[in-house]
Ligand binder design. Sequence first.
Ligand code: NAP
Length: 293
Amino acid sequence: MQLLDGKIAAQSVKDRLTEEVKKLVSRGLRPPHLAAILVGQNGASETYVASKIRNCAETGFRSSLVRMDENVSEEALKAEIARLNQDDSVDGILVQLPLPKQIREDNIIQLIDPDKDVDGFHPMNTGRMVQGLPSYIPATPYGIMMLLEHYKIDTQGKHAVVIGRSNIVGRPISVLLNQDGPRGNCTVTVCHSRTRNLAEICRQADIIVAALGKPRFLKADMVKEGSVVIDVGITRVPDTTKKTGFAIQGDVDFAEVSSKCSYITPVPGGVGLMTIAALLQNTYHAYSRRNNT
Ligand code: NAP
């Protein structure tokens, strides 16, 4: 078994971007700029946004954080997005999800300028991705594709089983693995909460992407020998031995499954780090497109 190490693969993306930004700055140009909107004080969201901002700084990107109150109205949030859409110094906009109940996420996502939609959630980018046209690919699936590329995982003609069909992970990764391309051309089965015989389907998989949000769901008897296992899950579970009071668990029972597969991602240290690298890559791309560099 070999680890698909997100730390190593993400660092190589970040090193490349750092060099690119240095070149821009040495030419007297400004660095790429990511603006994040954080609504409320959800602990996990705070951690994710802080990590995105730290990674921007490490790579030489500019970042700005707009904090809004938990009780903010949809109108006020929309006004903030309109302001960022019009701000020429901003290349990429992300709204950290989930949003509080009074706000409809789809209303908000559709307001982000598709050219600044570095999370790749806008329906225009989704549609373009499905058609194989240039688009911003959602950061987590894009990060998974980068990880497969980094480790040169052979996907051609393989059977990939994706557990989960969300718009941000399951559905887009199923499209990407199925597309005609170097890390694509899989035959993809997409599973969800009402899939029958899930274990049996998983046992037929050469590649499994577990993105359901149920800690340690995927057990050894659900995978075949030699499969490639990508664990997207991130769930905080209470753990009194940790200073924070919680531990992060993936959707795969790593201790059981790792001895059976050829490659596996750890949690933490796998897909999460790739997600941030992909977000930076999208932001850099947005900058290049907007500034013709
Ligand atoms: P989500 O929107 O809740 O979607 C979960 C999906 O899993 C749904 O399609 C659901 O089916 C399916 N599902 C739930 N229980 C199932 C079961 N027992 N058997 C088969 N399918 C089942 O979650 P998400 O946003 O895609 O996130 C999934 C996980 O990835 C979470 O742990 C999240 O924290 C993590 N995540 C990690 C990253 C990262 O950077 N590593 C990024 C995003 C998300 P239905 O559609 O039928 O309800």
